[in-house]
Design a protein. Sequence first.
Length: 137
Amino acid sequence: MTSRKGKQSKASYQASANYRYAAGESAIRYQSGTNYALYSANSSGSLVAHQAGITLGPTLGDTNALVYSKKHPNATIPEQVDVVTDSRGYAIIPNLIPYQVNVVNDEIGQEREFGEPANEVVKVPTLGALSYYELLN
């Protein structure tokens, strides 16, 4: 803050915080100056209603998946950034590749015996689809 020739100087302050998590992103912001203060909050993500309830997830892309892994609640889905199953085992995967093979699994660092099949589902979704992947193991 500076002052010149007896005039009061103008100062402004601002602060912000952003957080990204499995169910989306949130941000808060504060800004103040002479005679004003501004507060704002923002949240983005997705909400998918399905037969078992509602699942929150990141912002959807053009082709997406709803994944159900009964035996792995609160687990990270391999090869997906910030995708975690909720307490019931559901997760939303955004941005699958349409018209190409998409493999979803929940190996989660498990050791498998030689020849034991991996717990994975392979699908070829269309553009705009919300595919359902149910992992059985």
